[in-house]
Design a protein around this ligand. Structure first.
Ligand SMILES: Nc1ncnc2c1ncn2[C@@H]1O[C@H](COP(=O)(O)OP(=O)(O)O)[C@@H](O)[C@H]1O
Ligand SMILES: [Mg+2]
Length: 274
């Protein structure tokens, strides 16, 4: 049973999306989460924290979007949850197990997949070889998994002998997602899957995410293409300066006057201009 985020007055003077982003409300809502981050503090340089007590959760079956200005810490949040940068404070939890600072390869075997924003395919390898790299921790599952991934994305099978470097940006993104799916993850972390793609391919990426989600994979998606992202997501977060400042369902965020004014006006304009 999932707790609704709530609408209308909450007695706090905050908008529903601001209220849902408070630490107390986060803890209530995240009770049945599959993946969650609590009070996460992380950064790159000594003494400089990028994530400032950031809270986030993903329920089983959901697609959750993370939007926000450039430099807000969106990629940093994904990296911190995937064990790619040291966590200085707070916790990351997967299915009630503490995975704070667990190494990426451990998380992959625990069912977490991660697709970074760029350089996410081996360009000198064929599609098939890229898929083998995705399954290197469980090579015996390769054939069955490749078949399953090709059922979702037939192009990967049809062009299995093609070098990834010869593919378009949209096709490479498909290879990157396919490779992450080779380990049969229950959670997929996607960092700006539509970055740099033409409008047609951008749309395809969102359709593909829906397909992956329908196949039983819960998804966390960081996106610059904020409106489009919120349209496909069950819930969304607005991150600003390392903090989750708003959270609600996708449609509620899209219609929230403050979110529109502060984050969607310019963001949607720039993405539509591409
Ligand atoms: N490897 C790095 N070393 C030092 N600072 C970094 C590094 N990567 C990102 N940062 C800084 O962390 C902040 C958040 O970056 P990032 O998480 O990439 O933002 P977003 O993905 O929201 O655009 C930015 O100020 C950025 O300059
Ligand atoms: Mg980023």
């Amino acid at each position: 049973m999932t707790t609704p985020i709530g609408h209308g007055s909450n007695g706090s003077g905050l908008s529903p999306a601001e209220f849902a982003a408070t630490p107390q409300r986060h803890r209530e809502l995240a009770a049945d989460a599959l993946l969650r981050a609590d009070n996460l503090v992380a950064g790159y340089l000594p003494g400089v924290n990028i994530l400032q007590e950031c809270n986030f959760f993903l329920r089983a079956g959901e697609i959750v979007g993370i939007i926000g200005p450039n430099g807000a810490g969106k990629s940093t949040l994904l990296k911190a949850m995937f064990g790619l940068i040291p966590v200085r404070g707070g916790t990351v939890t997967l299915r009630d197990g503490d995975i704070t600072s667990a190494k990426a390869h451990t998380l992959v075997t625990e069912g977490v997949g991660y697709v970074p924003q760029s350089n996410n395919v081996f360009v000198s390898l064929t599609i098939e070889e890229n898929m083998q790299m995705g399954a290197y921790l469980r090579p015996r599952t390769f054939t069955a998994r490749f078949d399953a991934v090709c059922a979702l994305f037939p192009l990967l099978g049809e062009r299995r002998k093609t070098k990834a470097g010869a593919l378009s940006g949209g096709e490479r993104q498909m290879v990157a997602m396919g490779r992450a799916l080779m380990m049969e993850p229950s959670v997929l972390l996607l960092d700006e899957p539509s970055a740099g793609l033409s409008p047609m391919f951008t749309d395809e990426v969102f359709v593909r995410c829906k397909k992956i989600n329908a196949a039983g994979v819960s998804i966390v998606m960081v996106e610059q293409n904020a409106r489009r992202c919120l349209q496909v997501c069950d819930r969304g977060y607005v991150l600003d300066q390392g903090r989750n400042v708003y959270t609600n369902t996708g449609p509620a965020l899209m219609n929230d006057p403050k979110v529109i004014e502060l984050y969607l006006g310019t963001l949607s304009g720039s993405s539509e201009a591409r």
